[in-house]
Design a protein around this ligand. Structure first.
Ligand SMILES: [Zn+2]
Length: 126
């Protein structure tokens, strides 16, 4: 896939746009890029100060579709919204709690990202 913007710019734009649409406007969300082990993106959040950071491993997105990139962005943003719930669930049952929070993030991402209302679709060339 060839991205109209650089992949980093696309991920940053989608993060900003979907954060706004998901009602995360009061959060200060930084975007970082770094190689990650066994995942394409990782999120950290501090709900007390409305601070969050999403790290994307751009190499992991090189062959992904626009739809998938949007889904990952919305999924990571959903982790911010669910952060406290995830911590609480993990406290009572680490395996089950984290799995439930992960599933909730994926469901939210499907609802939000697949509407495709942020940015123009990334042109695909083969
Ligand atoms: Zn996740």
């Amino acid at each position: 896939m060839v991205f109209a913007l650089s992949l980093a710019d696309t991920l940053t734009d989608y993060t900003t746009c979907y954060a706004e649409q998901m009602g995360l406007g009061k959060w200060e969300i930084s975007v970082a890029f770094a190689p990650l082990d066994d995942t394409e993106a990782a999120t950290w959040a501090d709900p007390n100060y409305y601070l969050a950071e999403i790290t994307y491993d751009t190499a992991a997105f090189e062959r992904r579709t626009d739809r998938y990139v949007r889904w990952i962005v919305a999924h990571e943003l959903a982790h911010i919204e669910l952060w406290e719930l995830g911590e609480l669930a993990a406290k009572y049952n680490p395996e089950w709690g984290l799995r439930l929070e992960e599933q909730a993030a994926s469901r939210i991402a499907r609802w939000v990202a697949l509407r495709g209302v942020c940015g123009s679709p990334i042109p695909v060339s083969r």
